[in-house]
Ligand binder design. Sequence first.
Ligand code: SF4
Length: 393
Amino acid sequence: MPGHIYCFWAGRKGINTPLTSLQTIGKFGYIAALIPQYLSLCKMLPLFALPMMEMLSAVWGNFKFLLHSINIFFFWCWLEILGKQKTSPLTRKPEPEDGTKVKPTSVNYHFTRQCNYKCGFCFHTAKTSFVLPIEEAKRGLTMLKAAGMEKINFSGGEPFLQERGHYVGKLVQFCKEELKLPSVSIVSNGSLITERWFKLYGEYLDILAVSCDSFNEDVNKLIGRGQGKKNHVENLLKIRQWCQDYNVAFKINSVINRYNVDEDMNDEISLINPIRWKVFQCLIIEGENAGEEALRQVETFIISNKEFKGFLDRHRNIKCLVPESNEQMRNSYLILDEYMRFLDCRNGRKDPSKSILDVGIDNAIQFSGFDEKMFFKRGGKYVWSKADLRLEW
Ligand code: SF4
């Protein structure tokens, strides 16, 4: 090959050198003299065309690789920009950003979305009827315990709807007996709890929280807290008594909304004397109680921060009152849904992670949106085991 190239250039030099003498034989003579040179060049072409093609194809290959890399780089930049503007499970950055591990100290497991009530502001609605087989739920709870869980709260939907309370009862028993969790609690609307349930499972339960937004039955009906002729307040008082009889700490949860924001509950709460009265500001969650897809529309229930503060001021003498504004509520709970996926509420909706059963706790918890600082700030860690509580009724 190098020899042929040399001949080619040598040929060209050969043409130029005698040019002055060729000029004397005329233009046509000059062209005629070139023909054999070009013919020999054409004969040589196939000899170096193949290596040239190989070289060009190698250059093209490298060029293609470069283009592909540039493409990936720009796509990555685009994802980064998108991730900053609009957080989605694909683009969200693992939390926390300082690389420390989030410990699932206190977990709220909403194992069912089904409920027998129809509260207008409900922010965990019956979008599915799925409930994990109990052995799978126990597997997930065991994983959580291994990752540092100290407190589990079973919630819904209505937890006592599944297997008439036996499903939640068995999980409560498992968490206390097998996992030896310091705190096991349930949040319920109270309408389906029986004394028999307390006899079977009461000893394994630390805290039972019952939702009650009003001591006026008409207001409860307006809100949707009720089923048929059952009286919500009467139920509440009955459960309060069973808690005392079976040594379970009793808690009340109230959602302050348009219909109860002016109510004075001082007398009733003082009389019932719960260990904690959680007072929440009615919260908007896209896809649950707001937006086209939602099963509830919360607009008519919403109150301003000022109105919420007014309610808190009116009840400032109640020592067990624990207020939770929208801001405190939104990211300070580790919420697991019915598939054991963490729900990230940072963007005003519930974005699910993958299930802890599929990807493990460390992976899933990165997508929980959990604000550990806010959890401690709102008093999320308190005396939550009945062994440490002095239950004086
Ligand atoms: S009782 Fe709870 S889960 Fe049921 S509808 Fe009311 S807020 Fe929703």
